[in-house]
Design a protein around this ligand. Structure first.
Ligand code: GLU
Length: 727
């Protein structure tokens, strides 16, 4: 029996435990979940956190559901449908390539923004697609039947490929759909995705880059943020509402679902979810892999990218035409340059290697204690041995893929390889084929965005780094000859010589020769020093470091698959979600700030006054749009202000996202659109490899800021009226 005072103490303890569980806010969950498994794995948890819907409302094949308003935009982003006329919102940085393609000195849409006043003015984008998921299905049984007998990686791959092909054929037979089978958990499960792919996607509008990319490199991957990172497109379909190639007779697509737009916004700690197509994560890597990334891979790649950016920036700043040509290239190089730097920093700060080692120690302890797990004994030692070898080859490969092979003429030569190596006699015949049309197209778009002085300097930098850091130091014969066969090769002079004598860096000449079916062209390219050097490096990469890294990566992938399966069997107490692989996923969390250090706390949202404040600091990355400035100064926010009369710009939440989630809808508990996801915070860029709920936040632009910019700054209120606004 307990004494009275003991009883009181127990009562107090129980009460405080109960209270604790009531008042301690529910922690958001790490994970990018497969929509088809939400009912089974996540529904109760999500509802406890504030979801007002059922799993069935988020993903269903029997009725329209939220998934029908979520699309993969292009190959690497997400978008959401916001009207019954196929109107689509994604990020400014996702539409950047298209905006850049339509821009010129006369129509500088990057600088001034673009808004179509009618459907007729919307701009088509060759090659751009938008993909809906019709359904997904677990096909692990069909794909992996008989896989428990030992198979080599190669025969396993072959079986997966041929069985996938059969399943894809069956799935799309008699339909206009496409389908694909994707591995989950590194190949411990397989899912079939049936998709509807639209091909006529038109640009409706985009704010000027000073708004859509406000803060530029300075603010990228960081919080607090004030970026209006959105652009607007429209999906067009044939008269039957099915995908069609571009035609002026196409009509706006009628979607199965579109998101209502909520204009009252979120409150702190409100439930949110992000629905989209996250690209790549590697959450189940060994400590050896993380160590290689932190100590070797990332630092090398970051330094190589810095050397390219260093060359582009001054030329772009000096000449607007060059700026337009290189805007999209620059931002894609700088984006991951900064991301990898942040990732390395975050992994070190979180002691990810140490924590992975602890996890591995526990793994070893558990498998040692259970006879069923005997077969896992050799896994980690084998992984370690492979990483020891890989860490010697990976830098050689990276010095190529992130270095020498990024030179634009070197890439061009690879794409023209067949032309370069052709016999003069067959040239005239070839000129009549479709392949020649392909070369003309390729060279025309190369010409549009090429500026040889930048490329020449990048080639110098990349070759210099390569000759300094590579162990192999592979050099083409012709380059050695140009340099006079000395050991002390003067890269800069050799590259100058190559560019001065080459025609490869002159697309005009190449196009002219093709147009005239000039049969001397292949011969000239066969003695062209730059073309020969380019072909050498492409070939060398494929034969040596590329091949070796590929071999080791295949072996590691096989072990990785076994390791993740082992983790799932050994750590049954924790849920496992498959790594991101550009398939449709749902992440959920809460609107919440974070503390990057003991003395700093970041609130969960920003407002428009911050735009003026950042601008006042004088950093050129904070460029102020003049109309926007007037509206902010006069607090002319219309219906888009919050209750206190302020205009909210961006917010953060604890949703687990990655690249590919750019442009994803951020939804409230009722499935209404409250924001557009566009980034992560600096401390959280490591989350592709190591997730820490206290530090990782996704960054979204508040949908009210988007509406305000469309309606009150761009004067395109008709688009807002096309949407369904709810409060
Ligand atoms: N801003 C990121 C990018 O441009 C996308 C979002 C993320 O990775 O969290 O790749």
């Amino acid at each position: 029996m307990f004494s009275k005072s003991q009883m009181i103490r127990i009562a107090v303890l129980l009460f405080s435990l109960l209270l604790g569980s009531l008042i301690k806010p529910l922690r958001a969950d790490e994970g990018m979940w497969l929509p088809v498994l939400l009912k089974q794995l996540n529904e109760p948890r999500m509802q406890a956190m504030g979801l007002k819907l059922k799993a069935e409302d988020i993903y269903s094949i029997n009725k329209s559901s939220l998934k029908d308003a979520v699309v993969q935009f292009g190959r690497g982003c997400t978008g959401e449908i916001v009207s019954n006329q196929g109107l689509l919102i994604t990020n400014h940085h996702c539409g950047y390539g298209q905006i850049q393609q339509h821009s010129s000195l006369e129509n500088d849409y990057l600088k001034k923004g673009f808004w179509a006043k009618s459907h007729q003015e919307e701009l088509p984008n060759a090659g751009l697609t938008v993909t809906f998921i019709i359904r997904m299905e677990d096909v692990s049984k069909q794909i992996m039947e008989g896989f428990d007998t030992v198979l080599t990686e190669a025969s396993r791959e072959q079986l997966v490929a041929s069985r996938s092909l059969d399943l894809v054929r069956q799935a799309i037979d008699g339909t206009h759909y496409e389908a694909v089978v994707r591995p989950m958990y590194q190949g411990n499960a397989y899912y079939l995705f049936v998709m509807e792919v639209f091909r006529d996607i038109r640009l409706v509008g985009a704010p000027p880059a000073s708004v859509g990319n406000y803060g530029g490199d300075t603010d990228n991957w960081s919080w607090p943020r004030h970026t209006g990172d959105f652009s607007v497109f429209r999906i067009y379909a044939g008269k039957d509402n099915k995908p069609a190639d571009y035609s002026k007779d196409n009509v706006p697509f009628k979607p199965r679902h579109f998101f209502p737009v909520n204009t009252s916004g979120l409150k702190e700690n409100d439930f949110t979810m992000v629905y989209g197509f996250p690209g790549r994560t590697n959450e189940y890597l060994s400590s050896y892999a993380v160590e290689q990334i932190v100590k070797h891979d990332n630092p090398l790649k970051v330094s190589l990218r810095a050397k390219r950016l260093e060359v582009m920036k001054p030329s772009m700043d000096a000449n607007r035409e060059v700026f337009i040509k290189y805007a999209s290239k620059y931002s894609s190089v700088s984006n991951y340059h900064k991301k990898w730097a942040g990732e390395t920093k975050g992994l070190l700060a979180a002691d990810a290697i140490g924590k992975k080692q602890q996890f591995e120690a526990e793994f070893i302890r558990r498998i040692g204690a259970d006879a069923r797990f005997k077969t896992f004994d050799a896994l980690l030692p084998k992984i370690k041995a492979l990483h020891d070898t890989l860490s010697r080859f990976q830098p050689e490969a990276d010095l190529m893929t992130e270095g020498v092979l990024t030179v634009e003429v070197i890439k061009l030569a690879q794409n023209l390889k067949e032309l370069i190596e052709m016999k003069g006699a067959v040239f005239a015949e070839k000129m009549k084929t479709e392949q020649a049309q392909g070369w003309i197209k390729l060279l025309s778009s190369f010409k549009k965005d090429y500026y040889a002085p930048i490329d020449r300097q990048i080639m110098k930098n990349m070759l210099e780094v390569y000759m300094r850091q590579s162990v192999v130091k592979a050099l083409p014969e012709n380059l050695k000859q140009i340099a006079g066969n000395t050991d002390a090769i003067h890269i800069s002079a050799v590259v100058d010589y190559m560019f001065e004598t080459s025609i490869l860096d002159n697309p005009e000449v190449l196009l002219g020769a093709i147009a005239m079916a000039d049969s001397t062209l292949p011969g000239r390219l066969q003695t062209d020093p730059l073309a020969q050097c380019a072909l050498f490096y492409n070939d060398y990469y494929r034969r040596v470091p590329g091949k070796e890294v590929q071999r080791l990566q295949t072996a590691l992938a096989g072990l990785g698959r076994q390791y993740i399966e082992a983790q799932r069997l050994v750590f049954t107490e924790r849920p496992f979600y498959p790594d991101a692989n550009f398939t449709l996923r749902l992440a959920y969390g809460k609107a919440e700030g974070y503390s990057p250090s003991a003395t700093v706390h970041y609130p969960w949202y920003t407002d428009a006054e911050g735009i003026l404040e950042k601008y006042a600091g004088g950093n050129p990355d904070y460029e102020l749009d003049s109309i926007l400035a007037v509206k902010i100064r006069s607090k002319d926010f219309g219906a888009y202000a919050d209750k206190s009369g302020k205009l909210r710009t961006c917010f953060i939440a604890s949703n687990h996202t990655t690249g590919g989630n750019s442009g994803s809808p951020v939804l409230n508990g009722k499935g209404e659109l409250v924001g557009v996801n566009f980034d992560r915070n600096w401390e959280g860029t490591m989350s592709d490899i190591f997730y820490d709920i206290n530090q990782v936040r996704n960054i979204s632009v508040d949908i009210r800021y988007v509406l305000f910019l469309i309606d009150k700054v761009a004067g395109a209120g008709h688009l807002v009226r096309e949407m369904k606004l709810v409060r």
